[in-house]
Ligand binder design. Structure first.
Ligand code: FAD
Ligand code: NAD
Length: 395
């Protein structure tokens, strides 16, 4: 009979782990595996706050996909997916069509703007190599412009909307970068203002309050101004309107207010919550036992019936589980029920500073910063072994 065809959409954390595991486990001629991604590189999303602020080179946050997969075992197609047709078992690409027997959807998330006017058009997002290169260049350009128009203080005002982990990690880096930019462009550091605006009653809602307080102290000492319990209501090319009808003039607004799933999932007719598909215990899209969904496109519920936050950690575990279940369905063996195992959370606050919970232990300061490096290097090791750790590791 015909060899089953597996198509994986997206080479992010979930997709790349599924591909790597499949190429390891599948026997010769057991299945055809095709991986589709819009760039020829995988990006290490968990590093993107650094190149966005300009404290690291974007090259260090990406890896050529052909260095991670074995082309004799997995076909790589560099293309953009434009449509998924689950009933026809087809995927439409910008330059062709792919048919599949089994599909893995790992296209990642998109910025969620909650319909707030002007955010989509006027705010920047930390989502990809292209978007962070743009943010870095944009920030530098504001300093250059300020030197020509010294009355334009808004060029030196930076608004970060949302104090989730992405916002907090980014302001930690930005606060490290600003003194260097001030030196380079001969700008008085006291003129630079960085606002982190958070709608919830606390930064990092849901995280350990003692560690949140520590993070805010570290970041406030580095010059960040927090506005907590203050929602952004509108974004214009001139700045942001916040709760209380205050307008902050700023030439740079970075939106880190949350993510949703890929818009193509709604268009394909799947049932979604904020663009994400609630998968069953085998990670199938409901009603399709040949379609798996991983990472930010999926929702997995915890024992209390609440969704786990979308993280690289869960995406990786899902990728591995999907590979196992794909092989099981091809061989007619037993599928596994997906169970998320939380290894902890560590977030950087800039150079030498971080907060985290690992197991039942709270970490902060330099110890946490070292743990963050260990977590990041462990990931490089899993996908690319020692050579990748040496090439891309941040020691
Ligand atoms: P992604 O990693 O988002 O990748 C999606 C892939 O699909 C990309 O390669 C993209 O190019 C491709 N793609 C998208 N659309 C198309 C298309 N139309 N056609 C073809 N290809 C397409 N999580 C943690 O657990 N720990 C952390 O420390 C952490 N730090 C983070 C720091 C930052 C700054 C950010 C933004 C996120 C962080 N996260 C962290 C969250 C984590 O990065 C995401 O949950 C994770 O990347 C989701 O993985 P994914 O497999 O869904 O897809
Ligand atoms: P998030 O959804 O976790 O945080 C967004 C924040 O924006 C929330 O605190 C929310 O209250 C706030 N917000 C929403 N609307 C607002 C408004 N109108 N005005 C002001 N604030 C508003 O999003 P994220 O930080 O991008 O994180 C996405 C996922 O990635 C999460 O699951 C997170 O855990 C994960 N992540 C993990 C790490 C890490 O482990 N180091 C780092 C980055 C991201």
């Amino acid at each position: 009979s015909r060899i089953p065809r597996i198509v994986i959409l997206g080479a992010g954390y979930g997709g790349i782990l599924a591909a790597i595991r499949l190429q390891k486990e599948l026997n010769y001629n057991e299945a055809d595996v095709t991986l589709v991604n819009k760039h020829d590189y995988h990006y290490i999303t968990t590093h993107l706050h650094m190149p966005a602020a300009g404290t690291d080179n974007p090259e260090n946050a990406r890896v050529n996909i052909l260095k991670l997969i074995d082309e004799f075992k997995v076909d790589f197609v560099k293309s953009t997916v434009t449509q998924i047709r689950p009933h026809e078992k087809k995927v439409i690409l910008e330059d062709g069509t792919l048919s599949y027997d089994y599909l893995v959807i790992g296209l990642g998330g998109e910025a969620e703007t909650f319909g707030i006017p002007g955010l989509k058009e006027n705010a920047l997002n930390i989502r990809s190599i292209n978007s962070v290169r743009f943010i870095r260049e944009h920030i530098e350009y504001q300093f250059a412009k300020f030197k020509r128009e010294p009355d334009r203080k808004d060029y030196l005002t930076f608004v970060i909307g949302g104090a989730g982990f992405t916002g907090i990690e980014f302001i930690g880096e930005l606060a490290d970068r600003i003194p260097l930019l001030c030196k380079e462009f001969d700008v008085d550091p006291s003129l630079v203002k960085i606002y982190n605006i958070e709608a919830a009653p606390t930064a990092l809602p849901g995280f350990d309050p003692e560690l949140v307080e520590y993070a805010m102290k570290v970041l406030t000492d580095k010059g960040i101004t927090f506005k907590i319990g203050t929602a952004i209501k509108e974004c214009t090319p001139e700045g942001v309107l916040i709760a209380g009808d205050e307008f902050i003039k700023a030439a740079t607004v970075v939106w880190t207010g949350g993510i949703r799933g890929n818009h193509m999932l709604d268009e394909a007719g799947f049932e979604t919550m904020r663009g994400r598909i609630k998968v069953n215990e085998h990670l199938h899209a409901p009603g399709f036992d040949n379609i798996y969904v991983v990472g930010d496109c999926s929702i997995v519920m915890n024992d209390e019936g609440r969704p786990y936050p979308p993280t690289a950690q869960i995406a990786m575990q899902q990728g591995e589980a999907v590979a196992h279940n794909l092989i099981a369905s091809i061989r007619g063996s037993q599928m596994k029920t997906f169970k998320y195992s939380n290894k902890g959370t560590v977030a950087s606050l800039g150079k030498g500073q971080a907060i985290g919970i690992v197991g039942s232990r709270k970490l902060k300061g330099n110890v946490a910063a070292m743990m963050k490096k260990v977590v990041d290097m462990r990931y490089l090791y899993i996908i690319g072994g020692i050579p990748l750790v040496i090439r891309k590791g941040r020691f």
